[in-house]
Design a protein around this ligand. Sequence first.
Ligand SMILES: Cc1cc2nc3c(=O)[nH]c(=O)nc-3n(C[C@H](O)[C@H](O)[C@H](O)COP(=O)(O)OP(=O)(O)OC[C@H]3O[C@@H](n4cnc5c(N)ncnc54)[C@H](O)[C@@H]3O)c2cc1C
Length: 430
Amino acid sequence: MPLTRRNFIQMVPASAAALTLTGGAKAAEPIHHVTVLGGGFAGCTVAKYLRMWSNGEIAVTLIEPNSNHVSCIMSNLILNKRLKTTDLTFEYNDLQVKYGVEVIHDRAKRIRGPQKQLRLKEAGWVSYDSLVVATGIQFDNIPGQDFRKVPHAWIAGGQSNNLRNKINKMPDTGTFVMTVPKAPYRCPPGPYERACIVADILGRRSGYLDGSGSVAPRVIVLDANPGIMAEKGTFTSAFNDLYGDIIEYIPNAQVESVDSDNLIVNTSQGSFAGDVLNVIPTHGAQNILRVSGLTGDSRWADVDPVTYASTNTLFQDVYVIGDAQGTGQPKSGHMANAQAKICADSIIRTAHGLSSYTEERLQNITTNSACFSPITYDQASWLTAVYSYNPDTGSMGLVPGSLGEAHNWSSRNFNDMFTWSDNLFADTFK
Ligand SMILES: Cc1cc2nc3c(=O)[nH]c(=O)nc-3n(C[C@H](O)[C@H](O)[C@H](O)COP(=O)(O)OP(=O)(O)OC[C@H]3O[C@@H](n4cnc5c(N)ncnc54)[C@H](O)[C@@H]3O)c2cc1C
């Protein structure tokens, strides 16, 4: 539903208006109204759980510019055609019909913390009681990069299809050049997983992997970081052993500019030309957080991990979850889902006049992350980590011994990947 001046009344705080829940039934007066920005992993989870755990006492409005969400998770499988974007597309119907979340398609442009107001592209300034910001990432501008010619494919959808089509058309023994952004970035193993998938596609197509072709295609991985950032053992082994003649890994390569017409990327380690160029720019929180002052001098928003409330005192009742927050936990959809539940629980407590800082709750502030990485057409590895709250430092720390990695890539892991992602998708969107 587009937000217009006429239905603006639905956006005003709970103290001033009751929301109409789906199905036409007039809801009881809500005790609180939460506006959520962004309908991705973090935003949909918090919207759903706020409604579910408050037994409908909290009204939730979700603001999202797109009519559906295409999951980045599993989107590397669009490149080798194991999946289509439609397999990873989630509608907002369930949130609306099953949970009574009001969904409005608009884009948030600015937040005024002291006034508790939000500016939307279509509807202009509106007020909020509590605001959860879950708007994901924004890419740095790289001089010369035209995303149509040099896709990032790091926000899924049209970009993933664009990159797949370019790989489809490139010569079987051609050169694919990709970059890894400076950490922290979205999905630590994701770029290395992409390198493997592309090496597998080209290695099969050229016949090099089964010995029927003698010329190896090339996949050049230009990493802005000093080394592989996740599953180091797995990816080192995949790069050296499985795809040894195909993948060339170059660390400490900072991207300086791109020539989008001639498909050349200029880096601190030299210039590289490819038949296909996939430059994933370094990123930070979306512009709305930066222009509103929520990120301060950082790229990400500083929050209290007990509540996910902004630590900026000008932004009372503003929470930031998912990739946009800056607690140092990995930027993953699984993690975004976990943070959203902690945030929802805290908002519900606050709405009931209860504390989020009870000893028992503080001991149970735990999040976890899981990433599955396809390494070949039908084999995958995985990585998990658990984080818990440390009251002494007020921050989240990796639980000792919790970092788990697959011993090797296997078809069993590949199958488990679908079970895991189906569960996460259902818990988030359905
Ligand atoms: C190739 C790849 C593989 C991945 N694999 C995994 C994996 O195996 N496991 C895992 O856990 N994670 C994985 N991830 C990471 C995961 O996709 C992200 O961490 C996750 O999407 C972050 O969730 P989010 O809600 O913060 O952001 P998003 O899911 O990106 O959602 C943000 C939403 O906000 C909306 N939005 C943006 N700006 C505004 C605005 N101004 N106003 C309103 N709405 C706005 C966007 O349209 C979007 O719908 C992968 C990522 C990639 C790219």
